[in-house]
Ligand binder design. Structure first.
Ligand SMILES: [Zn+2]
Length: 119
């Protein structure tokens, strides 16, 4: 399962960040997943459940933001955002396209609990 190695890599980054900030616990992990990133959001969820056990993020919520892919038409220059798999310009139906967004898999933010009393 590809998602498992994605999550394992993500968890390394999260643990490094938590350590850097001396966090006691990670509460939220938010990632952006492009429609063409090659991973399935639902599988990321179950992979996360497996990997998080015993880590600083054991009780963290994984928030997945799905990003539709965006294409730019080479004929008319129009940009279209698509979440179906129609690889054609929304303006002129040209198939001469360039991919602008949609393959990313980014750790957007994490929320941590420092364990220190709030002011
Ligand atoms: Zn076009």
């Amino acid at each position: 399962m590809h998602e498992l190695s994605v999550i394992a890599g993500l968890m390394e980054t999260v643990e490094a960040l938590a350590k850097e900030h001396r966090a006691k616990e990670v509460t939220v992990i938010r990632i952006r997943v492009g429609a063409l990133s090659g991973v399935v959001a639902e599988l990321l969820d179950s992979a996360f459940d497996m990997v998080k056990k015993g880590t600083i993020a054991e009780r963290a919520a994984l928030e997945i933001e799905k990003v539709p892919f965006k294409i730019r038409c080479k004929s008319c220059g129009a940009e279209s955002e698509r979440d179906d798999f129609q690889f054609a310009c929304a303006g002129c139906a040209s198939t001469e396209l360039e991919l602008v967004q949609g393959t990313e898999l980014i750790l957007e933010r994490i929320e941590m609990d420092s364990g220190e009393p709030e002011e």
